[in-house]
Ligand binder design. Sequence first.
Ligand code: DO4
Ligand code: MG
Length: 289
Amino acid sequence: MRYHALAGTERSALAASDGDDVYDLTSANPNVETFSDLARAANITEQTIDDVAEGLIDDAERLSSDYLDERIGRPVAPDEVWATGVTYHISEQARKAESGTPDVYLDVYEGDRPEIFFKATESRTVGPRETVGVRGDSTWNVPEPELAVVLYRGEIVGYTVGNDVSSRSIEGENPLYLPQAKIYDRCCSIGPCVASTESVSDPHGLEMSMRIERDGTVLYGESTSTSEMVKSCEELVSYFTRHNVVPEMAVLLTGTALVPDEGFSLEPGDHVGIEIDDIGVLENTVTTV
Ligand code: DO4
Ligand code: MG
């Protein structure tokens, strides 16, 4: 099952889709208004998220997919977003090329302990079709398409698509500037839905693609597979939750594997579309913050 937030001027609600069928779960139970409410109900009743949703579907209003498309919002409100880095060979190579201290990236790519960093608060995280930010004081900005793990109390409950928008000029200048390269207004996008663990066949075998368009021209279009990741989602989550009481609702980005050529930098108005099998397409337009 896939879970979507209905946003906009009408009441906010949680929808579930199964193939072409879309249901308004909030119409069946007004206490289930968000994905967090569903995850909390599953935790309390010791059921899976899909079991709780299936129990609501008989009493839920059906929605058209056009209506869902018009009202699509950020599928989950994470208390915190964290990210892992240098989990793919291409990311390790790109960072080595831009950095004055290239060895740190090889050490992380080959080491047991992954790079894990704080990425965003809820207020810095946008959803589908919202504008995503690049910093006004950065000269080289890139989208980073990433498989995102959705965690309820530290347990994996689903997956979404993430964009870890980053300043490569600031990170490249000095690795100690990483927090400024990564954390700023509108620095992170997630969506379009949360796909439950049961609906993602194999998180380590998903095709992921990214398309960047400027004024109707495609400037970048590549794809890869999450099978190229050097660590598993479980290993990354295990390091993330070690000695770290994580919030009720968290998202962990698992690293980028699609890196535009060195001459490319995002500009305001660019359109970024990131697609991952079994989850969907996350689309955003870029703005300067
Ligand atoms: O080390 C810098 C960040 C790496 C990253 O964000 C990635 O590999 O996706
Ligand atoms: Mg990244």
